[in-house]
Design a protein around this ligand. Structure first.
Ligand code: NAI
Ligand code: MG
Length: 358
C-alpha cells in the first residue's frame, strides 16, 4: 500500500535524525512491499528564515493532507530572541493544536542491553521497567492565557493553567484504553493539594475510571511522582498527566532509560493521523557533528507504522532491529556506559543491516 507522510525536519539535529528514520522506513517498505511517499513541510526556524513564519499555512496543509507526520525538532539560539508568536517552538505547539492531537504517548522503557547505561542501581532496575506516559497535549498552562500586568511590585508576567472537563475526560479515556492493553494499572499525576485545575482533573479521572473497572487507579502528586520514578520505576505502568507535568516527567524518565536520544513519542487525537517525534529537542550543541542518536526518531517512525497505518509487524521489525543493534554493543555517544561508539550514519546503517538480516 501507499502511505503519504509529511516530513517536518525542523532545526538543529532535526534533519539528520529524520533522514535516518526515512532510510529505515524505506528499507521496511522494500521488504514488506509498502511505498512511503514523503512531502516536506518546512517548520521551525528553518521555515521562519524562508517564509517569516515558523509554521506556514502551506506546511499545515501538507500535514493535514498526509496520512501522518514525522517531526524532527525545532528551535535553536539563532531564533531565541524572536517575539513569542514567531519563536521556532510555536511550530510544534501550533501543529499539535491544528491537528488536534491532544494525547501524547511517551513510552519509557529500558532496553535489556542498556541496563548499565541507566544511572539507576541494578538493585532498583531488576529485570527492567516499561512505563507509558500519557500526557495531555493541547491544553493546560502551555495554551492558557498569558501576558503581562502591573502589580504593586511592578511589572509581572503570568501563564494560566486551565483545563475543561471535556479535555480531561478525553485524555483520561486514552490513558485507561492504553492501560487496558498493558498491565491494567494507571497512575494519575497531579498537584491537587494546591491547584484547583488538578482537583478537577482528579475528579474527572475518578469518574472515567468507573468505565474501566479492571484498571487499578491510583493518584500521585507530581513532586512525589518525580521522586518515585527514580526510587522505584517498576511500580508504574501507565502514567496519566497534564501537559506541563508530562513534559518534565517524561524527560526525567528518558534519563533513567540511558539517554534522551532513545525516547520516541506519538501525538494522537481523534483519527489515526498523528505527529511522531522524538521527545528531545534540536540539540544545538551537537548539530552538524553527525553524532546525534537517531534511535528516538527511528522508534517514532515505528510508532507511526503501528498507530497510524496499523502495520504492527513492520513496527515490531524496527523495534527488534534497534534492540538487537544495541545488544551487539553499538552506541551513540549520548548513551552512558560502555560500548562501541558510533556516529548517526553508522548507527542507522547498523540498524538497517540488522533488520535486513531478520
Ligand atoms: P535538547 O533535547 O535539544 O538537548 C538536551 C541535551 O540532550 C543536549 O545536551 C543535547 O545534545 C542532548 N540530546 C538531545 N537529543 C539528542 C540526541 N538525539 N542524540 C544525542 N544527544 C541528544 O533540549 P534543549 O537543549 O533544552 O533545547 C534545545 C532546543 O530545542 C531549544 O530551542 C528548545 O526549545 C528546543 N526543543 C524543541 C523540542 C521540539 O521540537 N519538540 C522539544 C524540546 C526542546
Ligand atoms: Mg520537553
Amino acid at each position: 500500500m501507499d502511505y503519504k507522510i509529511a516530513i517536518a525536519k525542523g532545526d538543529g539535529i532535526g534533519p539528520e535524525i529524520v533522514e535516518s528514520a526515512m532510510e529505515v522506513l524505506d528499507v521496511i517498505g522494500k521488504i514488506k512491499g509498502h511505498k512511503f511517499i514523503y512531502k516536506e513541510a518546512p517548520v521551525g526556524g528553518f521555515a521562519y528564515d524562508l517564509y517569516g513564519d515558523p509554521l506556514p499555512l502551506e506546511s499545515i496543509k501538507t500535514c493535514k493532507e498526509s496520512d501522518s507526520v514525522l517531526f524532527g525538532a525545532v528551535g535553536g539560539p539563532k531564533w531565541d530572541n524572536l517575539p513569542g508568536d514567531k519563536r521556532a517552538e510555536t511550530a510544534i505547539l501550533g501543529l499539535r493544536k491544528n491537528l488536534e492531537t491532544f494525547a501524547n504517548l511517551r513510552p519509557g522503557y529500558l532496553f535489556k542491553s542498556l541496563k548499565d547505561a541507566s544511572p539507576l542501581k541494578e538493585s532498583i532496575i531488576g529485570d527492567g521497567f516499561d512505563i507509558l506516559v500519557v500526557r495531555e497535549l493541547t491544553g493546560g498552562i502551555y495554551f492558557g492565557e498569558k501576558g503581562y500586568k502591573e502589580t504593586e511590585n511592578g511589572k509581572a508576567a503570568f501563564d494560566i493553567e486551565i483545563y475543561s472537563e471535556m479535555e480531561i475526560e478525553r485524555i483520561a479515556r486514552i490513558g485507561f484504553e492504553m492501560a487496558m492493553k498493558r498491565d491494567k494499572k494507571l497512575t494519575s499525576v497531579d498537584k491537587s493539594n494546591v491547584l484547583e485545575s488538578s482537583r478537577l482533573w482528579r475528579k474527572v479521572v475518578e469518574e472515567v475510571s468507573k468505565d474501566y473497572k479492571e484498571v487499578s487507579l491510583n493518584h500521585m502528586y507530581i513532586d512525589n511522582a518525580a521522586m518515585q520514578v527514580i526510587r522505584d520505576p517498576k511500580q508504574f505502568d501507565v502514567i496519566l498527566t497534564s501537559n506541563i507535568f508530562g513534559d518534565i516527567l517524561s524527560d526525567e524518565i528518558s534519563m533513567i532509560t540511558g539517554s534522551i536520544g532513545m525516547l520516541a513519542s506519538a501525538s494522537i487525537g481523534k483519527d489515526k493521523k498523528g505527529i511522531f517525534e522524538p521527545i528531545h529537542g534540536s540539540a544545538p550543541d551537537i548539530t552538524g557533528k553527525g553524532i546525534a542518536n537517531p534511535i528516538a526518531t527511528i522508534l517514532s517512525a515505528a510508532m507511526m507504522l503501528k498507530y497510524s497505518f496499523g502495520l504492527e509487524e513492520e513496527s515490531k521489525m524496527i523495534e527488534d532491529g534497534v534492540a538487537k543493534t544495541l545488544e551487539e554493543g553499538y552506541r551513540t555517544s549520548d548513551i552512558r556506559g560502555d560500548g562501541d561508539w558510533i556516529k548517526t550514519g553508522e548507527m542507522t546503517e547498523k540498524i538497517i543491516k540488522t533488520i535486513q538480516k531478520m
